[in-house]
Write a protein that binds this ligand. Structure first.
Ligand code: DGP
Ligand code: NA
Ligand code: NA
Length: 213
């Protein structure tokens, strides 16, 4: 029992999906639920626009600056790397992280621009692998109808269709696909069940692994 409890850790749970798939709302609801169930949990998101790297990304997304595609790709990746040690420390201390977007966004969005997918994956190698990826699956057309896009650089239907194709290529055994066209409460319930199951495994001492595995 001793060894089991000493290896207990928080879960790395990632939400992915197209823009306007409902990730942000569902992330915060999931955090509230897990908190209410007595877990130590924090909401995280990438890009983290609060760092200096994040500010460069934010300005690029708002079309306030131009950057070469590969440069931007590496900035998004650096933005995850600058948080890696903090993530690992929190997970090992027993805190669950619910993360709105991660390396899958990194690869899907840059590949959709035409960059080579293997090249896109390379800088993500060695980041912590999520224990669970909750993919909010929505037809790009339907996402585009949802109150319109916010006007950021990638929020265009034709581009989002390509992103969806790359997300499909990236699916692995850590992924659960959720129908994001369902009512909000229905999605919320599915995420609660999947997250609870995942947390149990991490509390039992499931080891942390690294991308891409
Ligand atoms: P969000 O703050 O979740 O709305 O994300 C901002 C936009 O940036 C959104 O269109 C998705 C895109 N994005 C998120 N992460 C990455 C990444 O790592 N690389 C690239 N190229 N785009 C990303
Ligand atoms: Na967005
Ligand atoms: Na969002």
């Amino acid at each position: 029992l001793d060894s089991v409890s000493s290896e207990s850790r928080g879960a790395l749970i990632v939400l992915e999906g197209l823009d306007r798939s409902g990730k942000s709302l569902q992330s915060s609801r999931l955090v509230s639920y897990l908190e209410g169930s007595g877990h130590s949990v924090e909401p995280w998101r990438f890009p983290d626009r609060t760092t200096s790297v994040g500010q460069m990304i934010s300005s690029y997304l708002a079309n306030k600056s131009e950057l070469d595609d590969r440069t931007v790709h590496l900035l998004f990746s650096a933005n995850r790397w600058e948080k890696r040690s903090q993530m690992e420390a929190k997970l090992k201390a027993g805190t669950t992280l619910v993360v709105d977007r991660y390396s899958y966004s990194g690869v899907a969005f840059s590949s959709a621009k035409g960059l080579n997918i293997e090249w896109c994956k390379a800088p993500e190698i060695g980041l912590l692998a999520p224990d669970l990826v909750l993919y909010l699956d929505i037809p790009p057309e339907k996402a585009a109808e949802r109150g319109g896009y916010g006007g950021e650089r990638y929020e265009q239907l034709e581009f989002q269709k390509k992103v969806a194709e790359y997300y499909e290529v990236l699916r692995d055994s850590s992924w659960k696909i959720i129908d994001a066209s369902l009512p909000i409460e229905e999605i919320e319930k599915q995420l609660q069940e999947l997250a609870s199951e995942c947390l149990k495994e991490c509390q039992k001492g499931k080891p942390l692994s690294l991308l891409w595995s």
